[in-house]
Design a protein around this ligand. Structure first.
Ligand SMILES: *[C@@H]1O[C@H](CO)[C@@H](O)[C@H](O)[C@H]1NC(C)=O
Ligand SMILES: *[C@@H]1O[C@H](CO)[C@@H](O)[C@H](O)[C@H]1NC(C)=O
Ligand SMILES: *[C@@H]1O[C@H](CO)[C@@H](O)[C@H](O)[C@H]1NC(C)=O
Length: 239
C-alpha cells in the first residue's frame, strides 16, 4: 500500500530530471562521446511508443562522426546515461545497418541483447535497475552477432507511478558501432521493428513503478537473443 505522501515523493524523484545517452566504453577503455547520436541533455523522454522518436530518440536521425568497434563475445560494453536519477528498467537492442551513418532509421530490424528490470526483489520502488551506479549500464556483445555496422539502441524506461503517470516514459538513444572479428553467420533469429515492438497497453509499460507487483517484471519488446530470456539478462547482476 502506498500512501499519497509516498506517491508524491516518488513522483518527484521520477520526474526530477531527464537523462541523456552520452558515451560508450569498451572493456573499461576511455569514454567515446563521438559515436552517440545527439540526445538532448535533460530529456525530454519519448511518451508515445508508436512515434518515430521511439527508435533513436529526438534527433536520433542525425549521424555523428564516430564509430565504436566491438568484438562479439569479447566486448564488455558500458553505456553512460547522464544524469541517471530516475527509477526503472534498462534495455539494449542492435540493428544491422548498411552504414553506421544512415539516416533515417525507420524499417530496421532490432534484436534485444540485454535487459535488466527489478534488480532487488522486494525492493519496491527502489529495487529497479535504474538509477544505475554512476549512470553506467554494462552488457556483453553476443558472441554470434555477425560482423558489420550496427546501430545500438539503449533505452532507460520510467514506468507509470501509482497512477501519477498514465504512460511509460522512454529515454532512448542510438550509438554507431562496428562489430568485428566474429565469424560471418546468420542474422539473429529474434528481431522486432521500432515503432511496433511496443504497444501502449503492454504490461511492461503499464506496470506500477512505485509499488510493483511481485517479479518477474514483464519486459516489453520480447525475449533477449540468443538466450531467449524474458527476465533479467545483462550478464551483470542478473537475478
Ligand atoms: C534537435 O536538434 C536541433 C538542431 O541542433 C535542435 O535545435 C533541437 O533542439 C534538438 N531537439 C531536441 C529535442 O533536443
Ligand atoms: C563488465 O564490466 C563491468 C564493469 O567493469 C563488470 O562489473 C562486469 O563484471 C563485467 N562483466 C563481465 C561479464 O565480465
Ligand atoms: C568495420 O570493421 C571492418 C573490419 O575491421 C572494416 O573493414 C570496416 O571498414 C569497418 N566499418 C566501419 C564503418 O568502421
Amino acid at each position: 500500500m502506498i500512501t499519497p505522501f509516498f506517491a508524491l515523493v516518488y513522483a518527484a524523484v521520477v520526474s526530477a530530471a531527464g537523462s541523456a545517452l552520452t558515451a560508450i566504453s569498451v572493456n573499461g577503455g576511455p569514454w567515446d562521446t563521438t559515436s552517440t547520436r545527439p540526445s538532448p541533455a535533460g530529456g525530454p523522454p519519448v511518451l508515445n511508443v508508436l512515434a518515430p522518436e521511439i527508435i533513436c530518440g529526438y534527433n536520433g536521425t542525425i549521424p555523428v562522426k564516430g564509430v565504436t568497434t566491438v568484438v562479439g563475445g569479447k566486448s564488455n560494453v558500458t553505456v553512460l546515461w547522464s544524469p541517471d536519477s530516475h527509477i526503472g528498467p534498462n534495455l539494449i537492442y542492435v540493428a544491422p545497418v548498411p552504414s553506421p551513418y544512415i539516416t533515417p532509421v525507420t524499417g530496421l530490424k532490432w534484436t534485444k541483447i540485454s535487459q535488466q528490470g527489478i534488480s532487488i526483489p522486494g525492493g519496491g520502488g527502489t529495487g529497479w535497475s535504474s538509477p544505475l551506479p554512476g549512470g553506467q549500464y554494462h552488457f556483453i556483445i553476443p558472441p554470434t552477432l555477425p560482423p558489420g555496422p550496427y546501430l545500438l539502441r539503449a533505452e532507460s524506461l520510467v514506468l507509470p507511478n501509482g497512477g501519477n503517470f498514465k504512460t511509460a516514459e522512454s529515454f532512448v538513444g542510438c550509438i554507431q558501432i562496428n562489430v568485428t572479428l566474429t565469424p560471418p553467420g546468420p542474422p539473429p533469429s529474434i528481431a522486432v521493428p521500432f515503432p511496433g515492438a511496443y504497444s501502449p497497453g503492454d504490461p511492461g509499460l503499464t506496470w506500477n513503478l512505485a509499488a510493483p507487483p511481485p517479479p518477474p517484471y514483464p519486459f516489453p519488446g520480447g525475449p533477449v537473443w540468443p538466450s531467449g530470456a524474458t527476465t533479467n539478462d545483462n550478464d551483470v547482476g542478473d537475478i
